[in-house]
Design a protein around this ligand. Structure first.
Ligand SMILES: NC(=O)C1=CN([C@@H]2O[C@H](COP(=O)(O)OP(=O)(O)OC[C@H]3O[C@@H](n4cnc5c(N)ncnc54)[C@H](O)[C@@H]3O)[C@@H](O)[C@H]2O)[C@@H](O)CC1
Ligand SMILES: Nc1ncnc2c1ncn2[C@@H]1O[C@H](COP(=O)(O)OP(=O)(O)O)[C@@H](O)[C@H]1O
Ligand SMILES: [K+]
Length: 486
């Protein structure tokens, strides 16, 4: 499990150590300098290479300056570009004493400073850290915009990419994309949330031996999947493993039902009862799927998956609503989202993409467009969980899961090739399988996101794939997970 924390929590945890005189900044700077040295070494040479340091007014800039001092002493040509008048005095003095060059943005101007920075082998982003309020502003924002336009820079972010909110991953204004972020004392939640994660690159962690509070966000790893993924025991039979009821598809969208069923079967559901249009039931179903009784109430299941491909079909919509109101664990996706009652219980999971989440919030008196959700995903997912009472899984390159109790998970094992029609239906199937097997909704949502992403990577192999291909890869992902255990 990877745990991540708010910037405030990390700063609070630093306080007692700082009061005891521990030089945390020196440890942070040492970790940052080592990351830079490693990059320089792997790309050729350390001695005689050049590093540009973008320096802000606070301790983040100080970390970068102290790292610059260490780099200068190793023979790296360092140039600090001071973004503001204010700079950490002792760090600045140490940097200069080690022979670093200083450039003031206000004197040199944006264009000149940008071309200077672009010539460096590596750039360290030390403009803003956990003390940031809002995004980059004024000339510093212009400098970063100019650097983004030049492109191709090798940037290492100090603690977090400047302009990314440490707590939420929200991005306001321009941000330099890093190849690596060296973060101190605790991984900041914003590094594992969209859109911030997209700017962070690889995350390296410098331990400062802090006593941290409960995590603000958790990310499951392979061990968590292995521990929690349901596997049949000797005494199991197909009913005891959990039966999934599926309400999916319509005459207009038969494929979504197929993909959701395929996803659920691939993820290990032993028994599925399917409710849908006669045309679909008549021949198009996978042979393993059992046609269910026509009403929700007449089917004995342990969980429901409702909504993929449900469109303009009153009978299917009635079934979706009945399943949502059944009190059983239920995953409501796609066509079921507009049917969601005002409040539901915590046994309900919804799986919108950004556009669907914006529509849901707008229907509930919070006018929202897709771009709002994309800019601050956590905030909007949280609002939806509070308003509906459901666990919310917000889809995208980084998937965010928020429970109505406020627990947050995020997963990002996937690949952009997953952005293909029907991919979400397969995810719904995987999640439905876990709910039917009795896994608690927030955990099930995070596990499904993880396995869906892994299956996408396996199916893609670096190239295009179909949604069916994702489902076909799921058993292999699980086999590899279970390898070596009884
Ligand atoms: N607390 C500690 O002793 C440690 C902190 N560390 C570093 O310290 C950083 C936090 O330091 P600070 O609290 O000084 O925070 P920052 O370095 O983020 O700087 C905050 C300062 O920048 C200004 N500012 C805030 N938002 C701005 C904006 N949008 N545009 C322009 N200026 C803005 C404010 O005047 C504020 O004083 C961490 O990210 C980490 O890099 C590390 O050295 C480890 C130890
Ligand atoms: N850029 C991306 N990188 C990784 N995964 C993505 C990306 N875009 C979308 N996905 C994933 O692909 C799936 C798309 O689901 P959805 O939007 O519902 O599509 P559909 O309705 O066509 O099935 C989700 O699991 C989402 O998280
Ligand atoms: K930074």
């Amino acid at each position: 499990m990877i745990s991540a924390y708010t910037g405030t929590a990390v700063q609070a945890a630093e306080k007692p150590l700082l009061e005891a005189g521990v030089d945390l900044m020196a440890r942070a700077a040492y970790g940052l300098a080592n990351a830079v040295l490693w990059r320089l070494r792997t790309s050729g040479r350390v001695y005689g290479s050049s590093v540009a340091l973008l320096i802000g007014p606070g301790n983040n800039g100080a970390d970068a300056l102290y790292a610059g001092e260490l780099l200068s002493r190793r023979g790296v040509r360092t140039t600090a570009v001071l973004g503001s008048e204010r700079v950490h005095g002792p760090a600045f003095a140490a940097f200069q004493a080690a022979g670093g060059t200083v450039v003031r943005l206000a004197e040199r101007g944006v264009r000149d400073s940008a071309s200077l920075v672009a010539q460096a082998d590596l750039v360290v982003d030390g403009l803003l850290g956990t003390g940031a309020r809002g995004g980059l502003r004024d000339a510093v924002a212009d400098l970063v915009a100019a650097l983004c336009e030049i492109g191709g820079l090798q940037v290492i972010a100090c603690d977090l990419p400047s302009g990314v909110n440490a707590d939420t991953g929200e991005v306001s204004g321009v941000v330099l994309s890093a190849i690596e972020t060296v973060t101190f004392g605790g991984i900041k939640a914003g590094l594992l949330l969209p859109p911030g994660e997209g700017f962070a690159g690889d995350i390296s962690y410098v331990d400062l031996d802090l006593s941290l509070p409960a995590a603000a966000l958790e990310r499951l790893d392979q061990d968590d999947l292995l521990r929690h993924w349901p596997r049949p025991g000797r005494s199991d039979h197909k009913y005891s493993r959990g039966v999934l009821g599926v309400v999916a598809g319509s005459t207009a969208y038969p494929g979504a039902a197929q993909l959701a069923l395929h996803g659920a079967l691939a993820a290990g559901t032993a028994m599925i009862r399917y409710l849908g249009p006669a045309t679909l039931r008549a021949g198009g179903l996978p042979p393993e799927v059992v046609p269910g009784a026509s009403t929700v109430a007449a089917n004995r299941v342990q969980a429901w998956l409702v909504g993929p491909g449900v469109s303009d079909d009153a009978e299917q919509e009635r079934r979706c609503l009945d399943a949502i109101n059944s009190g059983l664990p239920v995953l409501a996706d796609a066509g079921a989202l507009p049917l969601l009652p005002e409040r539901v219980g915590p046994q309900v999971v919804i799986t919108p993409h950004a556009g669907e989440l914006a529509a849901l919030l707008s229907r509930r008196g919070h006018p929202t467009v897709r771009a709002d959700v994309e800019r601050s995903a956590l905030e909007h997912a949280r609002l939806a969980a509070q308003l509906t009472g459901a666990t919310v899984l917000l889809k995208g390159a980084t998937i965010v899961v928020v429970s109505p109790q406020g627990e947050v998970h995020s997963q990002s094992e996937g690949t952009p090739w997953l952005a293909t029609a029907g991919s979400g239906d397969v995810l719904a199937g995987i999640l439905g399988a876990l709910l039917a097997a009795g896994v608690a909704p927030p955990l099930a949502a995070a596990m499904a996101a993880s396995v869906h992403g892994r299956a996408g990577v396996l199916a893609s192999g670096g190239g295009p794939m179909t949604a069916s291909g994702i489902a076909e890869a799921v058993p292999q992902v699980l086999r590899e997970l279970f390898e070596g255990i009884d």
